[in-house]
Design a protein around this ligand. Sequence first.
Ligand code: NDP
Length: 283
Amino acid sequence: MPAQIIDGKKISEDIISEIRAEVAALTGRPPCLAVVLVGNDPASAVYVGSKKKMCEKIGITSIERILPASASQDELFTVIKQLNNDDGVDGILIQSPLPKHINEQAVFNFVLPEKDVDGFSPTNAGLTALGESGGLVSCTPAGCVELLRRTDINMSGTNCVVIGRSNIVGRPVASLMLKESATVTICHSKTKNLAQYTRQADILIAAIGKKHFVTPDMVKDGVVIIDVGINRTPDSKKLHGDVDPACAEKASHITPVPGGVGPMTIAMLMSNCLKAYKRNHAK
Ligand code: NDP
């Protein structure tokens, strides 16, 4: 029987409605997200635009700081410092990729952890790695776990295999799954005989960046598949996941691409903005 589709679009809309209701009930000023964009990368401009639109929909104020591609790291630090010190700003998002002459991690490190809605600062990444709940968790990994939670998929005691060990997806999602008491295996490009691991997975999370990399022979019957991949082939404008859609014939549940993890990322960003606002106001 083909897999049940985990509808990330619908689940993210539910989360957005919940956040909107919470924001509407707030007294005082609404939450405020500052988005910092360096350069004129068209894809980044689209992402910033959609985050801005989502803020409007929810009732979160968004402000933009746009710097030219030639801006130095120090100029960017100056802008972030102003936002760090501004009590009217709850969340700061640095749109990546940054121009090559800027050290991205150094910039993420410079954002105050309590305003770091991307969860990329060492403090927030560290809290996630420690399994502590006090920080802001990065959005895509949080979205993956929220999809499982809201689909009533039991995580405790399962074998979870994560393919990918990046700081923005693989590592943090593995930490979150460990926190949910899954037995977690992290695979990467140096893993030998990858399929030997993936075939053991009750839950498979693919964050590789290679179109249809996971094929049906690599998964067992009944597996739950979370496909984080977003791959655009040069010949087509369509988006493709890291998982061959034919895996749906063996899986019990699978996320589509598009419409799976993607919409959850922005929903979790909004959730982090609200969380940062509430903490800012509780001070
Ligand atoms: P990275 O390129 O940073 O990481 C890819 C990971 O995949 C690396 O750890 C790499 O291993 C591993 N890998 C590469 N080739 C293989 C292989 N042959 N076998 C096993 N592992 C392999 O990518 P990201 O983590 O940033 O993103 C992954 C995917 O998720 C991309 O398609 C990206 O577009 C998408 N994405 C989607 C988001 C969303 O909102 N839905 C958000 C963020 C990312 P190694 O470390 O050894 O190099």
